[in-house]
Unconditional design. Structure first.
Length: 321
């Protein structure tokens, strides 16, 4: 069976899930991050206790896990960020490469450009392999969620399957649950890349076969979105919609208001991602902040190091509401 996900982090988790829980738990190095509200450093005892607790949690997870099974060669990850940029390409075309290069433009050119090209070439190769295996009778199992890139990836893939005109292709879907209960705590994941390897097997019961009529319906909706070809796509009231490029700006603006006159851009972006769980990456937020600098709402105080992302810098407010 072919397994398909829409981010590299999800692909890595899925590969781990295939054999997670096999054999005796061996443990390993455990890293923890501890912070105090007063800025004081954690004590050695605090660190050791936190490492011990985390190690014990990982041991229990390993012993409770049911390995998903399969081979890593069956896992295909399409980290193409279809929620952002032009979607005029039917497969993986030059427009998608351009969108990836724009997202990675916040990194030094010798880092960002090769990374975008690698994702593009890997997706092209994977798509050929999937088509060959599907036409030879293998079932495609697609893991997705309402996270913008994952649901866009699903729609893109269903549109491709329709264009292949192979009614015999078998597809099953596994949608990420909106929440789960763990030790009296509600846990929400924004995408499959956040799901622990030991929990993937638990979701197999949610698997549903996809009838041809549903493939056609999803493909038709993706065709509509392609005609609109908006800068962004997002899930609104359960439906994938085209949205303007400033769709996420309000989240940025409301957090800038809380900043001092001068602030670290990277800290701002990290807080937005953690606080609002928008399902988008740092690249798009950095590009939108760059637009605010061009509009002279913000100004650059100090540049980022040459070997780091452009948003590792200090900004200050200029004109502000």
């Amino acid at each position: 069976m072919v397994k398909i996900v829409f981010s590299d982090s999800a692909g890595g988790c899925l590969k781990l899930a295939q054999h997670y829980g096999e054999g005796k738990y061996r443990g390993g190095a455990v890293g923890v991050i501890i912070s105090h509200s007063d800025g004081s450093k954690p004590t050695k005892t605090e660190i050791e206790n936190a490492q011990r607790q985390l190690g014990e949690k990982e041991r229990r997870a390993w012993e409770k896990a049911v390995p998903l099974g399969g081979d890593s060669a069956d896992v295909f990850s399409f980290n193409l960020v279809w929620s952002i940029g032009s979607i005029g390409d039917s497969g993986v075309g030059i427009e998608r490469l351009a969108a990836l290069e724009r997202l990675f433009s916040t990194y030094p050119e010798d880092v960002g450009k090769p990374a975008a090209e690698e994702l593009y070439l890997s997706a092209t190769k994977s798509l050929d392999a999937i088509r060959n295996r599907a036409e030879n009778g293998e079932t495609l199992r697609v893991w997705y969620s309402n996270q913008p890139d994952e649901i866009c990836g699903l729609y893109w893939l269903m549109n491709l399957l329709k264009s292949w005109k192979q009614s015999s292709i078998k597809v099953v879907l596994v949608k990420l649950p909106e929440w789960e209960m763990e030790e009296a705590t509600i846990i929400r994941h924004s995408g499959w890349g956040e799901v622990e390897p030991g929990k993937w097997h638990n979701c197999l019961g949610l698997q549903k076969a996809v009838p041809e009529a549903l493939i056609n319906a999803i493909a038709s909706r993706w065709s509509e979105l392609q005609k609109e070809n908006a800068p962004l796509r997002a899930v609104i009231n359960g439906r994938l919609q085209s949205v303007p490029e400033n769709f996420y700006d309000d989240f940025i603006l409301r957090e800038i208001v809380l900043e001092k006159n001068e602030f670290r851009e990277a800290n701002l972006i990290g807080r937005i991602l953690g606080k609002y769980q928008l399902g988008i990456g740092d690249g798009w937020l950095a590009l939108r902040i760059e637009e605010m600098i061009r509009a002279e709402k913000l100004a650059v105080v100090s540049s980022a190091p040459e070997d780091g992302p452009s948003y590792h810098r200090i900004l200050k407010k200029t004109t502000w509401r």
